[in-house]
Design a protein around this ligand. Structure first.
Ligand SMILES: Nc1ncnc2c1ncn2[C@@H]1O[C@H](COP(=O)(O)OP(=O)(O)OP(=O)(O)O)[C@@H](O)[C@H]1O
Ligand SMILES: [Mg+2]
Length: 376
């Protein structure tokens, strides 16, 4: 299965689309060039089915409820990027909110309503447009309540925020301060109906794989039980996350009422080496293109061999921080040439396998050398 993983990401996109039936019918125009793991054929197939479904919905007009989505996946696998790309494709406003700064009412920090204020701002204070938007609750795992016994103090941040979000997630009319900031009893408010706003929660949920594994191992005790493979703590493939059950998330620290309001779970796999190479080279604004452009400003050509790409991807994979590792690795390799070459007579920089693995420095070609090479 060549595209096994890619289909999964497409499925994720598909789930997004079908989860909120009120999205505009922009399906034909879907373009996801920026998001890797997409092959053209699959893209077309997905948009076709989505289009059929949407037109079907408009025929049998029914009131359909939205289903909020929980994205679970290791860091740097493109969760935020996926939501951003989706909003771009659908042409709806998206507010990317950080859950770590939210506090329950009355405490210092941002009020829960501030997420809707952000959405309003992105929608240029067009309430109608905002009511069809997406609220992306990033780092949702950080508002999990502390495990029992770990904290002796009152839990301010986690559980209270989850409780405060309950009604908003389900769909209600929320009073949002007109000027942003925290609630002020005398301040003007705007009313926003959250019934059609799609909430996407996203987090890396560190340690969740262990919880899932414990549960799976427990089930495998006794006569006739299926024997599962032993858990490898160092495995980074993230496949175990696909067996995630609401019970595991409750054990992680999300309260059941909160969990119940995210009926759709999407697990993103950790990126493979092949994915990383694709991310480096293929998107419109690919990392490699960015570095090429950087050198081009000074009239220098940057050449990176295929073998070097392989080494870069392997090194990035070892860092375990997803696609973000790519930039770290490339920066380290190109640091010296980036400072040395501008203003000199260097015309080309070559990164081969050895330079990528740090054994040698990238080769610099000066004008004379290049012309000599051509004459020979
Ligand atoms: N599947 C992907 N396709 C293309 N680029 C990707 C992909 N995944 C990650 N990236 C690159 O990595 C960067 C980080 O991705 P992103 O911010 O979406 O990660 P994340 O999953 O939200 O991580 P975190 O859990 O740490 O917030 C993006 O800016 C993008 O350039
Ligand atoms: Mg993110």
């Amino acid at each position: 299965m060549k595209y096994e993983k890619h289909i999964k990401l497409d499925e994720a996109l598909y789930t997004f689309k079908s989860a909120n039936p009120y999205f505009e019918k922009k399906t034909e125009e879907i373009f996801c060039e920026d998001l890797m793991n997409h092959s053209e054929q699959i893209d077309c197939a997905v948009s076709k089915t989505m289009f059929q479904e949407l037109s079907y919905n408009s025929y049998n007009f029914q009131v359909l409820d939205k289903s909020n989505i929980l994205l679970i996946g290791p860091t740097g696998t493109g969760k935020t990027l996926l939501a951003k790309t989706l909003a771009q494709c659908l042409d709806v406003p998206i507010a990317i909110c950080d859950c770590t700064v939210l506090t329950q009412a009355g405490y210092i920090g941002e009020d829960i309503e501030s997420v809707l204020y952000k959405l309003l701002k992105v929608a240029d204070f067009n309430i109608q447009r905002a009511q069809m938007g997406i609220v992306f609750l990033d780092e949702i795992d950080k508002i999990a309540r502390e495990a029992k016994g770990r904290s002796m103090f009152k839990d301010v941040n986690g559980e209270g925020v989850q409780q405060g979000l309950l009604k908003m997630l389900e769909g209600t009319i929320v009073n949002v301060p007109e000027k942003g900031g925290n609630k002020n009893p005398r301040g003007e408010t705007l009313q926003i109906d959250t019934t059609n706003i799609l909430f996407i929660g996203s987090g890396a949920f560190p340690g969740l794989d262990k919880i899932i594994n414990e549960r799976c191992c427990k089930n495998s005790l006794g006569f006739g039980a299926k024997i599962s493979e032993p858990y490898d703590e160092n495995s980074t493939d993230g496949r175990v996350l696909h067996q995630c059950d609401p019970i595991d998330l409750v054990k992680f620290g999300l309260i059941p009422e909160f969990m119940g309001r995210f009926p759709v779970h999407v697990c993103l796999d950790a990126l493979t080496k092949r994915d990383l190479i694709m991310i480096l080279t293929e998107p419109k604004n690919a990392l490699l293109e960015q570095y090429r452009a950087l050198f081009e400003i000074d009239g220098i050509e940057l050449i990176i061999t295929e073998e070097a790409l392989d080494v870069i991807a392997t090194k990035a994979l070892e860092k375990n921080i997803g696609a973000r590792g790519l930039r770290t690795v490339i920066e380290r390799i190109l640091l010296e040439p980036m400072y040395e070459t501008p203003g000199s007579n260097v015309v080309a920089v070559l990164v081969d396998k050895k330079a990528a693995s740090g054994e040698t420095r990238p080769r610099l070609f000066r004008k004379e050398e290049l012309s000599k090479a051509i004459h020979v």
